[in-house]
Design a protein around this ligand. Sequence first.
Ligand code: CP3
Length: 333
Amino acid sequence: MSPIKNCILNKKTDNTPIWIMRQAGRYLPEFREIRKVNPDFIKLCLNENITPEITLQPLKRYELDAAIIFSDILMLPYGIGQKVEFQKGFGPILSDLNLDFINKTSEDIFTKKLDPIYKAIEIVSRDKIITNKDLICFVGAPWTLLVYMLNKQSPKKELNKKLLEDKVFIDELLLIIDKFLKIHIHNQIKSGATIIQIFDSWAGLVNKKDLEKFIYKPTISLIKFIKSLNTPVICFPRNVENYKEYVETVMPDAVNIDYNVDPQNILKNINIPVQGGLDPQILLTDKENLKKNALKYLEIFKDHPYIFNLGHGVLPTTDPNMMDYLVKLVKDF
Ligand code: CP3
């Protein structure tokens, strides 16, 4: 069994597996080369002649235990008919939402639009380098997608409450998101995904009283679905106040922690496998400091099923040599 699945399913703690969020990305010169001649990010995500190569770039450099398919959580709104663009230095920009238009999107149209992603997953899963490793595929959590679809760009600190006022509209939108997320997840698993990660990057914006409606209920629906397909699911509810309550309520197979939580507290309160935690900024400092901070997580979780990762994606300004140092450090632990 692959090291990550062995950790998640058998709770094995002898060797700490490692993969890194955004491991395929701008900190790698070989990625920047490809990006230079592919200025349209959505088109790049839909080019199955290139995305398998990008997905495997970090595995050619480092001894990682998983590949994560090169795609984006915003391919879902794109697939159901909301326009998505990426502006350099700004991030994603989405067009106005038109439910009449979205309601005309059938499962078939959606799957055809995103077919290059599924083809890329098939290609990667057949690559020798993936032998005894995982191919992680992913989706945005319903709440985080709702945030992008309504706000039409990354929120700054909070979400304009007006966007959530029309309850009937929001409920309809949540149903649509749930439906297409399940189709997208199922397609990815059929194509070769061995683990699904759910990114809830904006979970921290939800008030306590709204957690049930926007986070717990919609996430439980997805997790039940993924479990019914016999595939492990890792959740990353970034910046939620209460990881213990989150884990006990939605019951994922593993949980990724962000860098703002105290890992000692997590160890005390959470009994499912844990992933991540290290602040990506630490990779911008020096090797000594990186070693000290990485060892902190490794020591704290040495008797707990733990997958090494960061508390958010690796930063574009990271030196690839620091990544090399980190992966070797974890492998030697
Ligand atoms: O290596 C991997 O982890 C796989 C690829 C991956 C991407 N996006 C590629 C990407 C994954 C897992 C994501 C998830 C994603 N996308 C999230 C959840 C994780 C998080 O960061 O909170 C979110 C919120 C998005 C939406 C998104 N995509 C934003 C806000 C941005 C702009 C900010 C940025 O980092 O540039 C993106 C662009 C994006 N997605 C890039 C990559 C490699 C950068 C595109 C470029 O090359 O310019």
